[in-house]
Design a protein. Structure first.
Length: 233
């Protein structure tokens, strides 16, 4: 039973370990449903008692899958009585993967330009304007971060490779702990054409083998920049 929008809404009565199992399957974990349609898979841990919360959800017309982990809680019209799935904790991981509508969690490495503002959905924002700027090299100015000459200029700087190595090390430890379906790591330079594109692409390449994550690259402002000349990038 899917929520409105592009994902599945699960109400969960169970321990923290059960919520973490859903997070590993790509669900975002919250304590409440906020807003309208879903943009991804969402699991909400039910409060105690659960019956009033479920009645309120029904009155709102929410479509959800109800999962109860553990023994009967004895609550009339509670999560055990109404559950679509009753199970013990060891079986939660497999159920979460079955219920997920997305293949897994997503890491999005985003390039952006500060001239166009901060990305609103970024979890991490990394300012790379301290790196030497290809904009000031005349033959590189009209190019972008996909061009090998631009890539070489940026990644030949020890500050760039040191930064990438440090971020990669931290993210490999931190990302599995997030209870979110998508994590966005955003690199910003002035215009979003040169340095941020190189760095975001490089991080996506470094983390391509990250277990349990689909890793993707995106350049928020590059399309517009290719259509017209901008300032320093």
């Amino acid at each position: 039973m899917n929520g409105e929008g592009g994902g599945r809404l699960v109400f969960l009565n169970g321990p923290e370990a059960a919520a973490l199992a859903f997070a590993r399957a790509g669900f975002e974990v919250r304590s409440e449903v906020v807003g309208g349609g879903l943009e991804g898979d969402l699991v909400v841990r039910l409060p105690a008692p659960a019956a009033p919360y479920l009645r309120a959800a029904d009155e709102r017309g929410l479509k959800y899958t109800l999962v109860h982990v553990g023994p009967d809680d004895g609550e009339a019209e509670g999560s055990y009585q109404r559950a679509h799935h009753r199970l013990e904790e060891p079986a939660v991981e497999a159920l979460a993967r079955t219920l997920a509508t997305l293949p897994g969690r997503r890491l999005r490495c985003l390039a952006f330009g500060y001239k166009q503002g901060l990305p609103t959905d970024a979890n991490w924002v990394i300012d790379v304007r301290f790196l030497d700027n290809p904009y000031w090299v005349e033959e590189l100015r009209p190019l972008d971060g996909f061009e090998p000459r631009v890539v070489r200029m940026v990644l030949s700087q020890s500050a760039a490779t040191d930064l990438l190595a440090g971020i990669e090390s931290v993210l490999r430890k931190a990302l599995p702990l997030y209870q979110k379906g998508q994590i966005t790591v955003a690199f910003g330079c002035t215009g979003g054409r040169h340095r941020s594109v190189v760095m975001a692409r490089a991080l996506a390449d470094r983390l391509a083998d990250l277990d349990g994550f689909e890793v993707e690259f995106a350049a928020r402002d590059l399309g517009a920049l290719r259509d017209r000349e901008q300032g320093p990038g």
